[in-house]
Design a protein around this ligand. Sequence first.
Ligand SMILES: [Fe+2]
Length: 319
Amino acid sequence: MNTVTEIAPVITAANEALRRDFPLKPFAIRHKLAGHPLLSLPRIAQLAAELPRDLIEYNSGKVAISQDPDAIASVDLDPVEVVKSIETAGAWMVLKRVENSPEYRRLLEDTLLSVARARGFNSLLDAGFEQVEGFLFVSSPNSTTPFHLDSEDNFFVHIHGEKFFTIFDNKDRAIVSDDEIERSMTRHRNLKYDERFAPRGTEFHLFAGDGCYVPYQWPHWVRTADSYSISMAITWKTREVRRLNDLHFFNSMLRGIGLPQPAAAGYAAGARCAETRVLSHRDHGDQTLARVAGDAPRVAQDSAGQRRELLSEGGVRRA
Ligand SMILES: [Fe+2]
């Protein structure tokens, strides 16, 4: 793993947010990636020609905030043409897993290394930046990304144009229920949106060089203004996030047979440290959740207060 000795700060944030709010709350960032050659339209068009087709998703940008995924209009162009004509194509596109290209991987890792150093760590691994992945978004003017959530942490960097990024607290079950969170992971990412949610949102108004930190599973929707837009999501999954994803998948299976565990979602939303997880298991006397979470509790109390050994293997696949 690289060390950070020669990496200049790429991402910065005001008010010590990288130390104070990370990783629990969203906050505005500034970055130095706008104008980078890898993030220009011609280079992105080249990337669209190189990437496997199943890593490119695009459709009409004229969609609702609360969008039925089965009713989205397509765009009748090939991916390279979409990028080249993005000013007029009326399209929204994402190029996924751009870290498969070594140049893009280096860009993602260097950016996160600068954050690692700002937080006092000497490497990506020490800072918990594992499974680093990149997602490049190219959108036509006045396009919408429907309300959804992502099951990883993310620095969202805005490269070109003007964009509005509205985000909601993932602990607010009046906005997204436990069931919907699991469905967004197992079926489609889009969530139902109600205009009554609007006052509870935080809006980041982004221009080139701006961005925001998007914590694990905080619901959000995005719209572009009157110019085409380029942005990139720099994502990673800590060990803890991978365990929380396992927990959600397992609870989804239990829900499917009528046995959802009530502790699961609150646990996933609020607990970002092992101690809190242990308390959660003990409070609920829930051996299943403790087993899926995987690390700290090898012993938990059941509902009668008896200490019981837990199985060490949950047998749950990774998200
Ligand atoms: Fe997202």
